[in-house]
Design a binder for this molecule. Structure first.
Ligand SMILES: *Cc1c(COP(=O)(O)O)cnc(C)c1O
Length: 439
């Protein structure tokens, strides 16, 4: 096996394309478990973890679990050696269940509901190595009111953002973090009330090869702030005893077939360069999407083919309730026609034709692509919607009273149902239970 660089090898390429999945295996899974079906390959999750750790050998690598919280995924990530970055009490609960102990748990509180704070402060009593990241003085006050004086990291708004869509560009959005020019003062005050261990910023999602400049800018501002806070020669302030500078996630993946994968070693080098001398502080990163995106596909079956004057509309059994990203972010996902149910490869004599692939939801936005050339679909064909492992099942919902899809995890090629398909009865369960409570 030849190592290329940064842990990327022939056996562990920088991206797994939708075409790289074994069509026969996907047909078997669809036949056995029905569609729509998420398939998440834990071996690929491990490979992604390995490349990250190889590219950032000295950094703390924390998986932002909101990209995919399945128990098996969390366990694979834990075994690979990453920490867990959680955005809610529910995610902390899931990470604990998957075996992360406090020292590997980071909870980032964004306008945290009281219930979430109560829960996490309670966990921190049992797991004192847990770290809470907060981005508002109000949040610090609310933690102190609950008697919390443990490990704290201050989220800073660096004033620069990046991302594939404005809805996920968080770096400059005032919602996130303490404004940069007040961060030093707030950090010093926080150090008097908590065990201040780090500073944090997250620019948003979708750092792409052409967006490295804003990443560099964010990282360099964070390095500067860290040096200011820990400067032993500062005229008035005692240096703070910080452990790390966390520069967030947002590592992009190539959704388009012709897009280049992120050059991880180059990103790592740019990050080290930009952060400068940290005087012994550790660098931390928080990739979410990068860990799981290309480990997953969504399988869906064609049920309707409708020629119209402008285009051919291909109706499928998955919709925006199963994979929200196209409707919400205009996100591009590759779509591969795997052919008919017999498992035969798509006949070579079927030409490519521009199609709109649409789901069953009563919303115009419920389309996976418009006018895209794919191998001409026929009713019964199986389609693989690719790079669907991140923010796929996680964002699934029951709009239009649609049960959520099933998910299988692959490990060493073995498939295990990790989230069974919801039934119609699941749609009304909470209502029925509420009626019982009222009685
Ligand atoms: C969502 C999020 C991440 C991960 O973002 P990706 O684009 O999935 O890498 C990291 N840190 C924080 C605080 C986040 O909210």
């Amino acid at each position: 096996m030849t190592t290329i660089e940064g842990g990327e090898t022939d056996a562990n390429p920088a991206v797994r394309r939708t075409d790289d999945w074994d069509a026969g295996r996907l047909h078997e899974l669809a036949a056995e478990h029905d569609t729509p079906l998420y398939v998440q390959d834990l071996d690929r999750v491990r490979e992604n973890c390995d490349r990250l750790l190889a590219a950032f050998p000295d950094a703390d690598v924390r998986y932002a679990v909101k990209a995919h919280t399945g128990r098996a995924t969390l366990e694979a990530v834990r075994e690979a050696g990453l920490d867990a970055e959680c955005a809610s009490a529910g995610e902390v609960d899931r990470a604990l269940a998957a075996g992360f102990d406090g020292g590997r748990l980071h909870y980032t509180a964004v306008n945290p509901p009281a219930r979430d704070l109560d829960y996490v402060v309670d966990v921190a009593e049992r797991e004192p190595d847990l770290t809470i990241t907060a981005g508002a003085v109000d949040t610090l006050d609310r933690l102190a009111e609950r008697g919390y004086d443990g490990r704290l990291c201050l989220r800073v708004n660096p004033g620069v953002g990046a991302g594939h869509h404005e809805k996920v560009r968080t770096g400059a959005a005032p919602k996130f973090g303490v404004p940069y020019d007040r961060a030093a003062r707030v950090a010093r005050e926080a150090a008097g009330r908590f065990d201040l261990v780090g500073i944090h910023a997250h620019a948003g999602s979708g750092i792409d090869p052409d967006q490295l400049d804003s990443h560099r800018e964010l990282v360099s501002r964070m390095g500067e702030l860290a040096r200011e806070l820990t400067d032993p020669g500062a005229p008035t302030d005692a240096p703070l005893d910080l452990e790390y500078v966390d520069v967030g996630g947002g590592f992009g993946v190539p959704y388009r077939e012709d897009a280049e994968p992120l050059d991880l070693p180059a990103v790592a080098e740019a990050t080290r360069d930009a952060v400068g001398d940290l005087r012994g502080l550790a660098l931390a990163i928080e990739p979410g999407r990068y860990v799981v995106a290309d480990a997953g596909v969504l399988l869906t079956r064609v049920n309707t083919v409708k020629p119209t004057p402008g285009e051919t509309v291909v109706g499928v059994d998955a919709g925006m309730t199963d994979l929200l990203r196209p409707a919400m972010y205009d996100a591009y996902h590759p779509i591969r026609n795997l052919g008919g149910a017999d498992g035969e490869p798509t006949p070579a004599d079927r030409e490519e034709t521009p199609v709109t692939v649409a789901g069953p939801i009563c919303e115009t936005g419920d389309t996976f692509c418009t006018n895209r050339a794919i191998t001409r679909p026929a009713r019964g064909d199986l389609l693989a919607v690719g790079i669907a492992g991140a923010y796929g099942y996680e964002m699934a919902n029951q709009y239009n009273s649609r049960p959520r899809p099933a998910e299988v995890a692959l490990a060493d090629g073995e498939a295990t149902v990790v989230r069974r398909r919801e039934r119609l009865a699941d749609l009304t369960r909470v209502e029925r239970e509420s009626a019982e409570v009222d009685r």
